[in-house]
Design a protein around this ligand. Sequence first.
Ligand SMILES: Nc1ncnc2c1ncn2[C@@H]1O[C@H](COP(=O)(O)OP(=O)(O)OP(=O)(O)O)[C@@H](O)[C@H]1O
Length: 588
Amino acid sequence: MPPLPACLDAPRAALRPALLGVALLNGAAGVVLVALAWCLADTLNALVFHDTGPTPLRLGTVAALLLARAALMAAAQGRAAALGFEAGRMVRRRLVEGLLARSTPVPPGSLALVGVEGIDAIEPFFARYLPATFHAVLLPVVVLVVVVPMDPLSALVLAGTAPLIPLFMLLIGHGTQTLNAAQWAEMTRASAYFLDVVRALPLVRAFAAVPAERQRLATAASAWCDGTVRVLRLAFLSALVLEFLATLGVALVAVFIGFRLLWGQIEFERGLFVLLLAPEFYLPLRSLGVHYHARLEAQAAAERLAALIEDENAPPSSAPESPTPESPASQAAPLRPEEPSAPRVEVAGVSFAYPGHAPVLEDCSFTLEPGTLTALVGASGAGKSTLLALLRGRLTPQAGTIRVDGVPPGAEAARPAWIPQEPHPFAGTLAEAVRLGAPDAPDEAVSRALDLAHATPFVAERPQGLDAPIGEGGAGLSGGELRRLALARAFLMDAPLVLLDEPSASLDHESETALIAALQGLRRGRTVLVAAHRLATIRAADRVLVLAGGRVAQEGLFETLRASDGPLRALLGAGAPLVGAALEETSR
Ligand SMILES: Nc1ncnc2c1ncn2[C@@H]1O[C@H](COP(=O)(O)OP(=O)(O)OP(=O)(O)O)[C@@H](O)[C@H]1O
């Protein structure tokens, strides 16, 4: 039997006195049971052979013993339930302490699973399994001590068959444990993935990936269902085996007693007494077998819990990013066999106000030329994100028109690829993260997209390559790697218009260089608009649009705009809205 994780040691030690209390109550109930069996055997013996019948004293004693046993059992069960509740409370507190002491964040999906289902699985271990272990030793010993002097042959049958039950329990439990561990792993994966999908619903919609994600969720759910059925099948099978062994033991005792009664080798009263005790002898062993599953469940849950508490689950640190020179592949043939013609985007007289608020955009007009990379610049709150949402068709202007090659932005033909500032990969594999907008893309296309996005080096570092797992919320990938994965998505998706919200925000210089090189590759056959906060991104653009006062206040080449006295210069001077801009300007 594998040892329990150390995180259960403290509650087990603290709750030992309470466990002993439950064991004593169960032991007392066992002694009452023996007395009850004797009284019943005596009463029946008197009724059948002595005509004395059930006297009020005998009936009163049986009733009193029945009541005493019921009261003791109820008290033991009540205390055991309280014990489970207390253990759950202690484990919950230990989890919170462990989480507060951790140096790395915990994936919320795993936390939700362990904090709720995991602790729910640990409570029955204390409330049912541990009391059952005491009971399974105490009651059979009490019964044997009484039966040995009464009927040694029956005692031999009981003692000979009893070990078979724990033996089979362990054999079956061994298989169940592997299944249980696999089931927990499946549940953790499925819940992490589900949480990621819920958090990234806007992204899923933007990439038209709803049917594909629905399919993946359905597959994850059915894998989990299949696993549950496998565990249940084994649990029912083990219950059947234990029932069979216990019934066989009782039947053997009954057969031996029956023949000896016939041959006059045992008195009726003694035989009946032993026969009444025989099922009770096996009962605690059977219930130990049933609750053994509670132990296996608790074992699997506690292992997950220990991983969260002990910081073992920290996402692997990503290798430092190295600048990726323009790789030959990124200059090779285009990703799509038929390069689509990049669209012209025309925004004419657009006004937009959030309900109950002052207008964000007023009579805003500009054109994005096909195949260009345009930087959208503006102070914080100028309306860059609002404009991107209008171009994605997520918001509708109150006045004016937006056309992508003549098509309104909500239409399927104009659906852009969108890369938010915090690209959100789902728990899964690298390939799955890239395939969000193109679920059927072959591996070669995924590799090419990663190459174009300058993501090949960090994929190659992982032994599983494209099948390398991504943890929940992108755990295991750095910010720069996540953004390059998001760019690879855009390369793979057949969207001729790409909208980005500052892709290089909070990246170090090397990651930024690699990302900008990838960004420039993106405009081939596409029109790209990037809401830019960093000077490096603005410099990489063909054209700059400066948003101020609800409209495009300035547009043109970066160097020209910077040289002229206008809003861009004011922004560069202010520094704050353009991260790093002021610093770079002053150092010149
Ligand atoms: N859902 C909303 N409801 C009401 N007002 C909003 C909403 N979203 C944004 N705004 C307001 O609209 C204005 C433009 O916001 P927007 O996010 O488009 O600016 P931004 O240029 O992208 O800013 P930042 O660079 O800080 O992200 C701001 O004044 C903002 O407070």
